[in-house]
Design a protein around this ligand. Structure first.
Ligand SMILES: Cc1cc2nc3c(=O)[nH]c(=O)nc-3n(C[C@H](O)[C@H](O)[C@H](O)COP(=O)(O)O)c2cc1C
Length: 170
């Protein structure tokens, strides 16, 4: 099942400033876009690509985005290794692939590290993730979860987005 990581942090950050937010999982509801003043699309990378449901939704709706503020939040652990030029290039290629597939060039792209939720993975996923993460020198205690997201950075992004909304409304 395709899934989109729902960044509640962003929704909370925006609602602090009096911005109403709807958080919708791609592939479920298909909301009418005319009621929204801004759109934030968030997807996480699994095995080198974003959730298909998100790609399909964006491809189907990008022509409706118009001039309102939009942003793409890309979640993946590779962000933690972004000082490595090879990893940076891989990440840029994945984002470019998303833009090509969807036909959407997000004016704002926010990179977020995400989390390793070992305790929620099945045994197989746990084993795979532990192997991949061990190779990268990361955290491998599968009896607990790890959150790598810099939430202050996410809040700063939410604030920046709110400013764009205010500017567009003015
Ligand atoms: C099965 C699986 C595959 C993943 N593959 C990648 C990957 O190819 N590159 C990467 O940078 N992160 C990868 N990650 C890390 C995720 O992007 C990160 O854990 C994110 O927080 C996942 O959010 P989600 O579980 O809500 O989709 C993977 C995680 C899982 C569970």
């Amino acid at each position: 099942m395709s899934r989109v990581l729902i960044l509640y942090g962003i929704a909370e950050g925006l609602s602090t400033y009096g911005v109403a937010t709807d958080v919708i999982q791609a592939g479920t509801l298909d909301p009418a876009l005319y009621v929204y003043d801004g759109i934030i699309v968030a997807a996480s990378i699994h095995a080198g690509r974003y959730q298909k449901a998100v790609e399909q939704w964006v491809r189907a709706h990008t022509h409706e985005f118009g001039a309102r503020p939009t942003a793409f939040v890309s979640v993946c652990l590779a962000v933690l290794q972004k000082s490595d030029p090879k990893v940076r290039a891989e990440l840029a290629a994945i984002v470019t692939g998303f833009e090509t597939t969807t036909g959407w060039q997000p004016p704002m792209v926010k990179q977020v590290a995400g989390a390793l939720l070992y305790t929620r993975y099945n045994i197989f996923k746990q084993w795979i993730m532990k192997r991949i993460v061990a190779k990268a020198g990361g955290d491998t205690d599968v009896s607990r979860d790890y959150d790598y997201t810099d939430w202050a950075d996410v809040r700063a992004f939410a604030d920046e987005f709110r400013r764009l909304l205010a500017a567009a409304a003015a």
